[in-house]
Ligand binder design. Sequence first.
Ligand SMILES: NC(=O)c1ccc[n+]([C@@H]2O[C@H](COP(=O)([O-])OP(=O)(O)OC[C@H]3O[C@@H](n4cnc5c(N)ncnc54)[C@H](OP(=O)(O)O)[C@@H]3O)[C@@H](O)[C@H]2O)c1
Length: 282
Amino acid sequence: MQTLEIPGGGAMPALGLGTWHMGESAGRRASEVAAVRAAIDMGYRLIDTAEMYGEGGAEEVVGQAVAEALRAGDVKREELFIVSKVYPHNASRRGTPAACSRSLSRLGLDHIDLYLLHWRGEHPLAETCDAMRALVDTGRIRHWGVSNFDVDDMEELEATDGGCAANQIYFSVGERGAEFSLLPWQRERGMPLMAYSPIDQGALAADVALGKLAQQLGVTTAQLALAWVISRPGVVAIPKAVRENHLRENIAAADLVLSAETLAEIDRLHPPPRRKRPLAMI
Ligand SMILES: NC(=O)c1ccc[n+]([C@@H]2O[C@H](COP(=O)([O-])OP(=O)(O)OC[C@H]3O[C@@H](n4cnc5c(N)ncnc54)[C@H](OP(=O)(O)O)[C@@H]3O)[C@@H](O)[C@H]2O)c1
């Protein structure tokens, strides 16, 4: 698996596992833990979660799967890259460390590898940044970053604190808006863009035109969509999957190399942006 360097040192895998909608129902808990466990066995090393997902339930699912994998000796903690996110309403000077402690306890871990502000809220950025830095200093997180920030927000953030390690936004073959200015802005700074909903919450798997192209290449439509996302320099994809065939397909997509002809055909089907559009959010 390719990795991307992070500002401030270290690296993150080019493809990871999303967990939104996990941990929402007790009846699905065991199958979700099994899915995250299976993902680790298949070689997934980056897992993306948030205190918002299932109001802590997704972090518990991840925590249980990671604990089982560590106990079985299938993976070492330092091989995993765990991402979680603080709710904007918790992202104050005092609220951030408190939320982080709750996340760590649900995850059963002593540190989070990347801790993101989920989206911009009412607390001043300077307060959130100070709180994030303090969490790094005390070893409870390794890196901090943001999510759903457009260029104007990123510039304000940079003027406040230059320590942001990543920005996680909606980016896919079907939602290419970030290519106009945000992605170039992040690339200039060597700051990974984490693409959420990289298969448009499953919808791209049913894209007929993309499907025809995928068939010619002998891959699935979702795989083509994912391979395209991570073919963009500086971009990491975090598809969510619970079904085992999806998990397998998605990690295999990280090894696909798309030809110039395939990339040109994708541009024809889903053209790149010609002007600035507001940042899309799901
Ligand atoms: N920062 C933010 O504001 C934000 C917002 C949205 C998402 N996220 C993160 O990004 C992750 C991914 O985004 P997402 O969950 O919105 O959407 P997604 O990853 O684009 O799509 C997930 C959906 O696609 C299905 N799927 C997965 N692999 C497939 C395949 N190979 N073929 C066909 N269908 C497939 C999944 O089904 P099964 O689960 O049934 O396998 C699930 O229904 C989230 O889980 C979350 O961790 C962050």
